[in-house]
Write a protein that binds this ligand. Structure first.
Ligand code: FES
Ligand code: FE
Length: 375
């Protein structure tokens, strides 16, 4: 039940329990995170065959690695024998194979069962059938995306469609050549808030004037709280005195050469449901992935991506990192301030959205349509 009889300017949010109830979170894990394309790693984190990373996607642990042929592979991180978790480290490297630490069943990088104690005495055990269970995997923008659904939804109709919905065309993003960029800095945030609060926050700028003094200095149009940045194709323009997207508006680093003139001196923000934010500025890209841990905790991994030559030359990028790091902390503080209040009796029926936040209502409808009726 949401609030009814609202004045025309206001529309309801989701009720508080959508942010506090483990049953709702479980439905989201099953019907959103395990059902959609989910971004798990930067491809460069897997530089050679056998390098791996493990990531929780919904209720599953997923093992992402590079095969001998150089392709990316993703498997459920579960031993076929008695179900031990195969890799317990968040990242690492094996030589040619993954060996289960329990009874030593051993799988090659293609997931095939290649060795196990007494395996030769069990010729009827299919090496592929009893190999690791593969999940869908693809690479885009230099990131690895997995999908745990039996049949993965079309990448074009989900991930790309969200980009097109925001920028008007995917080419506008492609001009930033994101896969050729390198991670100049990564910061991981442990946010004590439900993942939806983080998305909702990212989707509106009503809070910008209150909590983002440095950002509104760089992007003066954010100060009026009207989310001009969310008109399709619009990027917020830098202030006249601003030289770069940095903490003090000073010069940034070398511009990404392939962007168009009208993308210069502008900031674009894209939400890719369910867990990616992409921020575009002329000289770098800020790429967030959310890893929802529970109904009240979300790990956010944020990469600052720059041209290869900028990273290789050791150019100081700290002023640009500091701007969005500060924005992140301001945003996550706000989300953490809301989380405990989601279980307040006042929020039982939820809160309200002002007109410049009404598009968040679409996000709520989307969540409801994915998870179905909540008892
Ligand atoms: Fe992995 Fe037995 S559980 S080898
Ligand atoms: Fe913000």
């Amino acid at each position: 039940m949401t609030i009814t009889n609202l004045p025309e300017s206001l529309i309801p949010t989701l009720p508080g329990r959508y942010y506090t109830d483990p049953d709702v979170f479980r439905l989201e894990q099953e019907r959103i995170f395990e059902a959609m394309w989910f971004c798990v790693a930067r491809s460069s984190e897997l530089p050679k065959p056998g390098a791996f990373r493990t990531v929780d996607v919904g209720r599953e642990s997923v093992l992402v690695t590079r095969s001998r042929g150089g392709g990316i592979r993703a498997y459920l991180n579960v031993c076929r024998h008695r179900g031990a978790k195969l890799c317990t480290e968040p990242a690492g490297e094996v030589g040619r194979a993954f060996q289960c630490p329990y009874h030593a069943w051993t799988y090659d990088l293609e997931g095939k069962l290649i060795a196990a104690p007494n395996l030769t005495k069990m010729p009827d055990v299919g090496r592929t059938e009893y190999g690791l269970a593969a999940v869908h995997v693809t690479e885009w923008l230099g990131y690895v995306w997995v999908c745990l659904a039996e049949e993965a939804p079309s990448f074009d109709e989900t991930v790309i469609a969200d980009v097109v919905g925001r920028l008007g065309e995917v080419e506008a993003l492609e001009r930033y050549d994101v896969d050729s960029l390198e991670v100049g800095r990564r910061i991981v945030y442990d946010v004590k808030a439900n993942w939806k609060l983080i998305i909702e926050n990212f989707m509106e700028c009503y809070h910008c004037a209150t909590i983002h003094p440095e950002l509104t200095e760089v992007l003066p149009e954010f100060a009026d709280g009207y989310a001009a940045q969310y008109y399709v194709g619009h990027g917020a323009e830098f202030g006249d005195e601003i030289k770069g997207f940095t903490i003090d508006g000073s010069e940034g680093v070398a511009r990404i050469p392939t962007i168009s003139e009208d993308q210069d001196r502008r900031y674009y923000a894209i939400t890719v449901r369910p867990q990616v934010f992409i921020n575009l500025v002329p000289d770098h890209v800020i790429f967030h992935r959310m890893y929802p841990v529970s109904e009240e905790r979300t790990i956010v991994e944020c990469d600052w991506l720059y041209r290869k030559d900028v990273v290789a030359s050791g150019t100081d990028v700290s002023r640009s990192v500091e701007l969005f790091d500060r924005v992140n902390r301001q945003d996550f503080d706000a989300c953490e301030r809301c989380q405990p209040a989601m279980s307040s009796r006042l929020y039982e029926q939820g809160g309200v959205l002002v007109p410049s936040e009404h598009h968040i209502g679409e996000f709520h409808h989307w969540v409801e349509s994915r998870i179905g009726p909540v008892q």
